[in-house]
Design a protein. Structure first.
Length: 177
């Protein structure tokens, strides 16, 4: 099956919910893909085909949907997986970075001993919207002197222009306006 067919299968499996979590929002739900074995397999194939030639040392998944795809990539590439989590979820010494939400502020954390300097990192998440969480993740990793090779997302909401806030290359499989 070719890439275009796989993308169509994945796109058709993504759930769309109007007025969630509040009126006027169209929510794109990646869990529809996870519930459809054919679509999930197509997405896995697309991800693996894309990342297999990236030169990375570590896969970083963002809380929480990046945890669905990061370990899969980690296993396929034979590279370690490191989570970036919301504040208060990781033990040990952590580094923290704030980011702005539409209703306030939140924080991402990473364990400081999880990535050594000059490691090449792939960041994975399901969605790039306004760019706040991805930008915070990139800042955290750069503070640890890691090189962010790419930020990989399944879906991107282009009209929110999140990639302009991210100080690293971004790749998305499916774009919505």
């Amino acid at each position: 099956m070719e890439k275009r067919e796989k993308l169509k299968i994945v796109e058709n499996a993504i759930g769309t919910y109007s007025d969630f979590p509040k009126p006027g929002i169209i929510f794109r739900d990646i869990f529809g893909v996870c519930q459809n074995v054919v679509a999930f397999r197509a997405l896995r194939d697309l991800i693996v085909e894309h990342v297999m030639f990236l030169e990375v040392d570590i896969i970083v998944g963002l809380d929480s949907r990046g945890f669905l795809f990061g370990p899969l990539i980690s296993l396929e590439l034979g590279k370690p997986f490191v989570p970036i989590r919301k504040k208060g979820k990781l033990p040990g010494h952590v580094l923290q970075q704030s980011f702005v939400l539409e209703y306030g502020e939140d924080y991402f954390e990473i364990q400081t001993n999880s990535i050594s300097e000059e490691k090449r990192v792939l960041i994975v998440d399901d969605l790039l919207a306004s760019g706040g969480t991805m930008a915070a993740a990139v800042k955290l990793l750069k503070t640890l002197h890691a090189e962010v090779v790419e930020c990989l997302v399944i879906m991107e909401l282009k009209n929110l222009d999140g990639r302009s806030k991210v100080d690293a290359p971004v790749y998305s499989f499916i774009e919505y306006n």
